[in-house]
Design a protein around this ligand. Structure first.
Ligand code: ATP
Ligand code: MG
Length: 341
C-alpha cells in the first residue's frame, strides 16, 4: 500500500484563466504554464498548449486558432478546455500510473455546467476521484490561513480573468463576490487608453509588459517616463511615443476603482463579529494582480484596513489546492459539494 501511494500521481490543479499550475502529491509544483491552446480550426485537433502555444501567438496561418479557453473566468470552449486539461495531465503523469485522484480549483462564480465539464475532463483523463474547491478558499489555505477556525478572514485573489473576494470562517465562505475585472481588464484598459488618447494601436503583450513594469495604483515617489511602440491608427505606420507612469495610472484607474468598490461592498455585508476580526487581521491579497505596484496601498487607503500581499501570490492557489490534496481528510469540509445527477 505504501509503495502504491508513493507511485500514485495524485494531482492538485489551479485551472486559472491566465495560468494553469499543477501540484503532484509529494512533489510540490510540477507544472506552471499559460492557459493557452493552439488548435487546427477544422479538425479542432490540439497542436500546442501552454508556453508552446503562447510562443506561436502572431506567427500562425489562418487554419490555426490560438485561444485562452477560460478567458473571463468562464469556460468558453468545453472541447478545447478538456483537451487542454488532458494534455497537461498527460504531460505530468507517468503513462503506467494515471492520476487517481485530482483536486481542481475553479473560480467561485462558475456554473454547474462548467463544474460538470471540469469534473468530466479530469475523469476522461483517467481520474477515479475528482474534487472541486473554490479559488478563494484554496488561496486562503495557500497563504497559510487556518480556514477551520471561527475567525473571519478576508482574502482577495486578483487573477487574470476574475477578482474573487471572500470572507472565510469555519471552513466555509461566509460572504463573497466574484467580478470579471482583474489583470486582463487592466491590460485591456491600457490598450484602449493608447487607442483613444494617443491614437496608437498596441498589442496585448506590450500592454501587459507596460502594466507590470510601470503600472501603479497610487502616485509614485518617482514617476517614470517610457517609450511605447505601436501602429499609428490614422497614418497606418509604426510609431514610438513617450509617455509616463502617471498616464498609465490614469489608464488603470477604472478597473482598479471597480475592484476597490467590490471589496467595499463585501465589507458592508459582513456581520459585526466578522467585521471586528477583519479589523484585527486585515485583508490578504493573492493572484498576479496583487503584484500591481501600489495596489495594496490603494486598498489600505480606501478601506482603512491593514492589507498584506500573501507570499508568492501567483502560486498561492495551487499551493493551497496541493495542501488539500495532501490532507484530504482534514479538508473534506472545504470541498465544493458534489452535484452528481
Ligand atoms: N508584476 C505584475 N504587476 C501587475 N500585474 C501582474 C504582475 N504579474 C502578473 N500580473 C498579472 O496577473 C494576472 C495573472 O494572475 P494569475 O496567474 O493569478 O491569474 P489566474 O489564476 O490564471 O486567473 P484567475 O484566477 O482569474 O482564473 C495577469 O493578468 C498578469 O498580467
Ligand atoms: Mg487564479
Amino acid at each position: 500500500m505504501a509503495l502504491f501511494n508513493f507511485l500514485s500521481n495524485d494531482l492538485a490543479i489551479d485551472l486559472g484563466t491566465a495560468n494553469t499550475l499543477i501540484w503532484m502529491k509529494g512533489k510540490n509544483i510540477v507544472l506552471n504554464e499559460p492557459t493557452i491552446v493552439a488548435y487546427e480550426k477544422n479538425s479542432k485537433e490540439i497542436i500546442a498548449i501552454g508556453h508552446d502555444a503562447k510562443d506561436m501567438l502572431g506567427r500562425t496561418h489562418k487554419d490555426i486558432a490560438i485561444i485562452r479557453p477560460l478567458r473571463d473566468g468562464a469556460i468558453a470552449d468545453f472541447e478545447i478546455t478538456e483537451g487542454f486539461l488532458k494534455a497537461l495531465i498527460r504531460k505530468v503523469s507517468n503513462s503506467w500510473q494515471p492520476a487517481r485522484r485530482i483536486v481542481v480549483c475553479v473560480p467561485s462564480g462558475i456554473t454547474e455546467v462548467e463544474k460538470r465539464a471540469v469534473r468530466d475532463s479530469c475523469e476522461h483523463a483517467g481520474a477515479k476521484e475528482v474534487h472541486l474547491v473554490a479559488e478563494p478558499m484554496a488561496s486562503a489555505i495557500g497563504v497559510g490561513l487556518d480556514v477551520h477556525e471561527s475567525t473571519g478572514n478576508m482574502i482577495v485573489d486578483i487573477g487574470g480573468g476574475t477578482t474573487e473576494i471572500a470572507v472565510i470562517s469555519l471552513s466555509g465562505i461566509v460572504e463573497s463576490e466574484s467580478i470579471r475585472i482583474a489583470g486582463d481588464e487592466m491590460t485591456d484598459a491600457i490598450v484602449n487608453h493608447f487607442r483613444r488618447k494617443h491614437n496608437l494601436l498596441i498589442g496585448d503583450k506590450t500592454a501587459e509588459g507596460i502594466k507590470c513594469a510601470v503600472g501603479s495604483a497610487v502616485p509614485l515617489e518617482i514617476e517614470t517616463t517610457i517609450e511605447v511602440k505601436g501602429r499609428n491608427i490614422s497614418q497606418g505606420r509604426p510609431e514610438q511615443i513617450m509617455t509616463s507612469s502617471v498616464d498609465i495610472r490614469e489608464a488603470l484607474s477604472d478597473p482598479i476603482a471597480q475592484i476597490v468598490s467590490a471589496i467595499l461592498s463585501v465589507l458592508e455585508r459582513v456581520s459585526g463579529e466578522i467585521a471586528s476580526d477583519i479589523y484585527d487581521r486585515g485583508i490578504i491579497l493573492t493572484g498576479g494582480g496583487a503584484l500591481l505596484n501600489g495596489l495594496d496601498e490603494r486598498i489600505r487607503k480606501e478601506t482603512s484596513l491593514a492589507v498584506h500581499i500573501g507570499d508568492d501570490p501567483l502560486t498561492a492557489v495551487v499551493r493551497g489546492t496541493g495542501k488539500i490534496l495532501e490532507n484530504l481528510n482534514d479538508y473534506s469540509s472545504v470541498l465544493i459539494k458534489s452535484t452528481r445527477y
